[in-house]
Write a protein of this length. Structure first.
Length: 249
């Protein structure tokens, strides 16, 4: 099914029958990516007295409880409410869900034991796009189940995040658990710079972390669809989907 979308001044044609899902499935148990020193997601049947909500246990239906932590357990999208005392729901950050996006593959640079993504690695790829999708290299399949706690993953410099803000990028997506350093004494420099917290805080900008961009998806421009559940929270599990651009006018 071919759809034509008006994004800014451009009309873009995409094939809705050929989505490129860049989210990571969230599963119960250890076969799931994890970060921030917490336990695994847990999905289990509800128990009420002697009744268990599982067909295998004799119930008519499966009636499942889910314990998840969006920031730690997989692909999620967050608003600036992640770092503010005031509540800002990511659910209120969107007026629409389709955006012109740039996929960029980056080899983080080593400095003092850290792996950094700098502004010079991104600046040549930001031509009138609303979203940037960062794929870190190497791009191993272990990202689908990696246990990231105490791993000091690659992260954005404050300058890189500030540049994305200045360029008007509204949605930042990355395949690590955070755009910031794992242990940074609570500075959250990249988060703060991207949301312009020391200037005019950007309530409609979002950060999506823990994505996975398969190698078959080449660098370049796509239409990004950000799918989120209708939950009022600073962060929720999400499903970002890319579509190749068939034509542009």
């Amino acid at each position: 099914m071919i759809a034509r979308l008006q994004i800014g001044e451009r009309e873009l044609a995409i094939d809705l029958d050929k989505p490129l899902d860049i989210s990571i499935p969230m599963r119960s148990g250890a076969d799931n990516p994890n970060a921030w020193y917490v336990g695994h997601p847990e999905f289990k049947p509800v128990k009420l007295d002697d009744w268990e909500g599982a067909v295998r246990a004799g119930a008519a239906v499966n009636f499942t409880s889910m314990h998840i932590i969006p920031h730690a357990h997989g692909t999620h999208t967050e608003s600036l409410g992640h770092i503010t005392a005031e509540q800002h729901s990511v659910n209120q950050s969107f007026h629409r869900y389709f955006y012109l996006a740039q996929v960029v593959s980056v080899s983080p640079e080593s400095k003092n034991g850290d792996a950094l993504i700098g502004s010079h690695q991104l600046q040549d790829h930001l031509k009138e796009v609303e979203a940037v999708v960062i794929r870190t290299l190497p791009n191993d399949n272990d990202k689908l189940s990696k246990q990231y706690s105490h791993s000091n993953w690659p992260y954005l410099t404050k300058e890189a995040a500030a540049m994305l803000c200045r360029k008007g990028v509204q949605h930042l997506l990355i395949d690590t658990p955070s755009v910031d350093r794992e242990e940074d004494e609570g500075k959250l420099a990249a988060h703060r710079a991207f949301w312009d917290m020391d200037g005019m805080p950007r309530e409609h900008a979002t950060i999506t972390e823990f994505i996975f961009v398969e190698d078959q998806i080449q660098d370049g421009q796509y239409v990004l669809e950000l799918q989120l559940p209708n939950i009022e929270s600073d962060a929720v599990p999400s499903r970002p989907v890319l579509y190749r651009i068939i034509s542009a006018e």
